[in-house]
Design a binder for this molecule. Structure first.
Ligand code: HEC
Length: 150
């Protein structure tokens, strides 16, 4: 075999092995059971998420002595906030920081300022929270009805 063919075979094998590894870490087949939005609201309060978050249309008791930058959850968005994105935002907050805020306000050194709850939040609490939050996002369709010519 020529050196180039050996090299080609090597490159192909690496690609195949790499592909398998990626498959193994794929989120294909991932599905959580449905949560309960009412229990989710209770969890939101119990976990004191309102220390740092407000939600349009929801009233939460004030927490005295705290004035952090408030990150608004819910409200108008231009595309659907998916289940996966919300789960990720809660259990892996630094994966993708919320849009529309100056990074230095919501993160430090690229890491989210949100607490990591993973050691004491149950899966049930997580799915309830997501079911509570999701309906608060309103997908608005951008308007494209302007005219370029008179
Ligand atoms: C100490 C303050 C703090 C607390 C407490 C907190 N968060 Fe956050 N959260 C943040 C900050 C800052 C961001 C924006 C940076 C980021 O995207 O992680 C954020 C982002 C989010 C986002 C993504 C918002 C978006 O538009 O992408 C969700 C969802 C969220 N938090 C849910 C929760 C829930 C649920 C709780 C309670 C279990 C909670 N947070 C508690 C600070 C906090």
């Amino acid at each position: 075999m020529k050196a180039t063919s050996i090299l080609a075979l090597f490159v192909v094998s690496i690609a195949v092995i790499g592909g398998c590894d990626r498959d193994r870490m794929s989120e294909r087949g991932f599905s959580l059971p449905a949560g309960d939005p009412v229990a989710g609201r209770d969890t939101f309060l119990y976990m004191q998420c309102h220390q740092c978050h407000m939600i349009e249309g929801e009233e939460f008791p004030e927490i005295a002595g705290l004035d952090p930058p408030y990150v608004e959850l819910g409200g108008p968005v231009t595309r659907v906030k998916t289940y996966g994105e919300l789960v990720t935002a809660i259990i892996n907050p630094s994966h993708k920081l919320a849009d529309g805020y100056p990074p230095e306000l919501v993160s430090e050194g690229g890491e989210s300022n949100m607490y990591v709850y993973n050691r004491y939040m149950t899966v049930q609490e997580l799915i309830d929270l997501v079911m509570f939050l999701q309906p608060h996002y309103d997908v608005i369709v951008p308007r494209y009805d302007y005219r370029m010519y008179p």
